[in-house]
Design a binder for this molecule. Structure first.
Ligand SMILES: Cc1cc2nc3c(=O)[nH]c(=O)nc-3n(C[C@H](O)[C@H](O)[C@H](O)COP(=O)(O)O)c2cc1C
Length: 245
């Protein structure tokens, strides 16, 4: 095993962790980091009021696969609401302020924030958005055409040009590290896997296709998303578009 990997694993063994800020009774960090440059906000339809397709979970698991070729289907608000709700939506908030979401997360710290680029949309302007799960609303933060920058950010993976939306999941390291110190670097990536898997599954139910993307240029993507602290960084991406028959 490479020396760095061994060092990383050992540094994150439970016996080797620094005392967490939670154990030092430091206040818990905020569960969202709203961007400053909001151009417009849009409330999303209540997911409970949207008719869901009658699909069997076993069939969805059987049919799920990575899809990189997409139809011209436009993403509407109802489907976007479901995609965001089932990947990061809040089901209930506990008395200690933690929120329980549609995905699991170590210690319910939910360190991820969802940015997404709308490329083929029906009722919303195209552009880069941020999802606020607390209010189930989205903020348009950049209305420029960013397709070429996203392709470059995804190390030249051109198929994303045909996607209706490109999801960029940003990890807020301290949200998890507050409780788990160095162990968090393992947990956040496990949390991210749950989010993307839920996207695959809800997308399959709604006749969209997904491709998980982890081959990206960290610096370019962090710059594109205007992330300028070491604490917040791109940790996973996915393209999504209508399934081609
Ligand atoms: C962590 C992770 C990263 C991935 N990154 C990429 C990627 O950057 N580009 C891509 O085309 N596919 C990517 N994929 C998709 C895999 O290639 C795909 O899941 C694999 O070929 C198995 O196919 P299946 O998903 O249809 O079962 C990624 C998948 C995972 C789980």
């Amino acid at each position: 095993m490479e020396k760095d990997v061994k060092e990383f694993l050992e540094a994150t063994y439970y016996g080797n962790l620094s005392p967490s800020d939670q154990s030092k009774e430091m206040p818990s960090p905020s569960m969202i980091n709203q961007p400053e440059n909001i151009i417009e906000s849009f409330k999303l339809p209540d997911p409970e009021k949207i008719n869901l397709p009658e699909k069997n979970i076993i069939n969805i698991l059987e049919e799920r696969r990575t899809r990189r070729a997409y139809s011209n289907a436009l993403l509407n608000k109802n489907d976007l609401s479901l995609l965001l709700y089932y990947t990061q939506g809040i089901k209930k908030t506990l008395s200690d302020g933690r929120n329980m979401r549609t995905v699991p997360s170590a210690g319910a710290r939910h360190p991820f924030e969802t940015y997404f680029y709308l490329n083929k949309s029906k009722e919303l302007p195209n552009g880069l958005y941020y999802y606020n799960p607390l209010e189930h609303e989205i903020f348009l933060i950049n209305h420029q055409n960013l397709t070429e920058e996203l392709i470059e950010g995804a190390i030249g993976q051109k198929f994303i040009k045909g996607a209706a939306a490109i999801f960029c999941w940003v990890a807020n390291y301290y949200r998890t590290a507050w409780r788990y110190s160095e162990r968090s670097f393992r947990y956040i990536h496990l949390d991210g896997g749950h989010i993307c898997q839920n996207l695959y599954l809800i997308a399959e139910a709604l006749n969209y296709g997904v491709c998980a993307i982890a081959a990206y240029d960290d610096k370019k993507m962090n710059k594109l998303l205007n992330l300028n602290s070491d604490d917040r960084f791109i940790a996973y991406m996915a393209s999504l578009g209508g399934q081609k028959n």
